[in-house]
Ligand binder design. Structure first.
Ligand SMILES: [Zn+2]
Length: 271
């Protein structure tokens, strides 16, 4: 190819790239409407997971938009929203990422035992390990016996399978960045960091099954623990939490070098 032609083509493509619309990110505030998610009683007040996930998602979306991303929320009010419809929104918009935001709860916490704290980030896995199953069951409870929308014919199923496979590494990359970013931002000391890093895990979350793009479910912290209450409720704590998550998303798009990605996946797996 002639040098001149090459220069013209390169200029053309870089102009197209700079003109490209910013990637669309869909953020899903967990629960809503009659599905309250977990309920917490703090100082005689009842705080519902669905309200906190909405507040966090709205604030996160503002920060990401300031960074130049286009963000769409699956719900902007306290409304009923079936799990299947949430990913339909993302698929229709051809979003580049789908992030579902939740607050963690411990079902098997006994009085006197140390209260659980910290962050865990999930990606989809069909064959769910038992430890993740309990939480997945809770988050999937809203399905009430129905299952996530799946392609009906065989070709559709094969395509869906390939899509899930191809998104797996990218989902893991995003999950690692979010996990590491949030743990670092909410752990003032190395001991905290160790305690608060609950890891990147896999589970059969129906909300992720429907997504055609890389997707994660973030369990943002435990409301039952005073430390997590600080990070998720106080304006100061919440600002650090949101900034860390937004930076993780930004790094996801910026880190494209395969060696760097491999290092990232290794270091987050080592936990
Ligand atoms: Zn939840």
């Amino acid at each position: 190819m002639g040098t001149m032609l090459r220069v013209v083509l390169l200029t053309f493509f870089s102009m197209q790239l700079s003109r490209a619309t910013p990637p669309v990110i869909v953020i899903d505030p967990g629960h809503g409407g009659s599905d309250h998610g977990a309920a917490y009683h703090i100082n005689e007040k009842t705080i519902l997971e669905k309200d906190i996930t909405l507040e966090l998602s709205q604030a996160l979306s503002q920060v990401l938009e300031k960074m130049g991303y286009t963000v769409v929320l699956t719900r902007t009010t306290d409304q009923e929203m079936p799990l299947t419809e949430r990913t339909v929104i993302a698929n229709k918009l051809k979003a580049k990422l789908f992030i579902s935001v939740h607050i963690n709860t411990s079902t098997n916490y006994r009085d006197g035992a140390q209260k659980p704290e910290g962050i865990e980030t999930f990606i989809l896995n069909h064959s769910t390990p038992a430890s993740s199953k309990r939480l997945a069951d809770l988050e999937n409870a809203v399905l009430k016996g129905s299952v996530a929308e799946q392609p009906k014919n065989e070709v559709g199923l094969i395509i869906k399978d390939l899509l899930l496979d191809s998104n797996r590494m990218e989902s893991k990359k995003l999950a690692c960045l979010i996990q590491m970013g949030l743990v670092k931002a909410t752990s003032p000391t190395p001991q905290d960091k160790q305690k608060r890093n609950r890891g990147v895990k896999e589970g059969l979350f129906y909300i992720l099954l429907g997504a055609d793009m890389p997707s994660v479910l973030v369990e943002a912290g435990f409301f039952g623990h005073p430390k997590d209450q600080f990070w998720l409720r106080s304006p100061q704590g919440r600002a650090s939490w949101i900034q860390a998550l937004a930076l993780a998303v930004d790094s996801y798009f910026k880190i494209q070098n395969t060696t760097k990605i491999r290092q990232l996946l290794n270091s987050c797996q080592k936990h």
